[in-house]
Write a protein that binds this ligand. Structure first.
Ligand SMILES: Cc1cc2nc3c(=O)[nH]c(=O)nc-3n(C[C@H](O)[C@H](O)[C@H](O)COP(=O)(O)OP(=O)(O)OC[C@H]3O[C@@H](n4cnc5c(N)ncnc54)[C@H](O)[C@@H]3O)c2cc1C
Length: 354
């Protein structure tokens, strides 16, 4: 059986980002890497969007970039400029193609479908398969379903992402629509829920039809469908001698937002910088203060879902860059406080002690 210095379990966003980072920095010139990935071929399956608060390797996979976004509740609608940190969408199809084309050229990198096909006794393992044993019925998920549609008429304002439109049924949870307008005639429309597991919220098709009807769009063709669920709780992630977790499994998701992509890129850089000393490397995390604040935020969300449209909207009162930095784990202590001060104090204080 073949042996490898490094093994990446899961050739998805985190696994491929790490392999790419190691390859472009020549860390695999004299080391071997096996990537375990069951899928037969890669096709577009995700649209990764985020505020671009730092550099990453995939600018050429950006489908579109926007300098403003909107938040709509039933009492207000606001447009927020974000030219300092544009909101960008990465097409996973372009991302997979770019990385796989590069990795195929390195003879030290091999793909396998099953870890049983290799001898991993002396390998260092990067695992991206989450261990969610901790899950209980009270755990929250961000679950969503989106369609990319093409319309004959110009229906969309292509300048503005609709980040959260809460003008829809809430059903005792937190529900909003998310619209990424790629052009005047093409947009991704996503129905998004923050809730416990609940199959009765999954009539996604009819939710989208009602929303499109409400915004006056009746005639359209569906180009692409995307569905997913992001756990809003941390997976089991303990340090082991010859193994670390990456991606969602490695706790790279920001619980209050679900944003993960840029954290995965930061984690890949961190691993690449420490690869020669990987066994002694400290576990990387996205910041203990964000973990703490997000846990409280989610307690409030669970207990007072009806308050969340206003709370999300309030985060963006005042400086947009402070809010974006906070949500992208790049804020300093003063910026954290300015966000905390905007929150309804009593319910947050009660939730700390719950
Ligand atoms: C539909 C969707 C949209 C998202 N959009 C955003 C976004 O807009 N912005 C953002 O920041 N985050 C987003 N996220 C969250 C996060 O960025 C993604 O989930 C990201 O793909 C996580 O990367 P990962 O490598 O941890 O998991 P994945 O990308 O899912 O990779 C896991 C890989 O493991 C493989 N695998 C499965 N079983 C096995 C097995 N037994 N052995 C080996 N390999 C296996 C899978 O085929 C897959 O390739 C989104 C998530 C989803 C699901």
């Amino acid at each position: 059986m073949k042996k490898f210095d490094y093994v990446i379990i899961g050739g998805g966003c985190a696994g491929l980002s790490l392999a790419y980072e190691l390859d472009i920095y020549n860390k695999l010139d004299d080391k071997t890497l096996a990537i375990i990935e069951p899928r037969d071929n890669y096709k577009r399956d995700k649209t990764w969007s985020f505020w671009k608060v730092n550099q990453h390797n995939f600018d050429d996979c950006i489908k579109k970039e926007w300098n403003e976004f909107s938040i709509k509740t039933n009492s207000e609608s606001k447009i927020i400029k974000c030219d300092q940190f544009p909101y960008v969408s990465i097409d996973s199809g372009l991302f997979y193609d770019k990385i796989n084309t590069r990795l195929k050229k390195n003879k030290n990198i091999n793909f396998f479908k099953n870890i049983k096909d290799l001898d991993t006794t002396n390998s260092f393992i990067f695992n991206s398969l989450p261990s969610l044993k901790k899950e209980v019925s009270s755990n929250l998920w961000q679950h969503f379903y989106g369609i990319e549609i093409q319309t004959k008429e110009a229906c969309f304002n292509e300048e503005t992402v609709n980040l959260m439109d809460f003008n829809c049924e809430q059903r005792g949870s937190v529900h909003f629509f998310y619209v990424l307008p790629f052009s005047k005639n093409k947009a991704m429309i996503e129905t998004t829920w923050l809730s416990k597991k609940n199959d009765s919220l999954k009539d996604y098709d009819s939710q989208i039809k009602i929303y499109l009807n409400n915004i006056g769009i009746k005639d359209y063709k569906i180009n692409y469908i995307e569905e997913g669920a992001i756990p809003l709780f941390y997976p089991i992630n303990k340090k082991e001698n010859n193994k670390i977790n990456i991606g969602t499994a490695g706790g790279m998701t920001r619980l209050s937002t679900g944003y993960t992509f840029l954290n995965i890129q930061e984690h890949s850089k961190y691993i690449r910088k420490n690869i020669e000393n990987i066994q002694k490397m400290q576990l990387y995390n996205i910041g203990k203060k964000y973990r703490f604040l997000d846990e409280i935020f989610l307690r409030v969300l669970s207990k007072y879902p009806e308050k969340m449209p206003n709370i999300f909207s309030k985060i963006f009162n005042g400086s947009y860059s402070t809010a974006i930095k906070f949500l992208s784990n790049k804020s300093n202590i003063f910026e954290d406080f300015s966000i905390i001060l905007k929150m309804p104090k009593w319910i947050f204080i009660k939730s700390i002690f719950n």
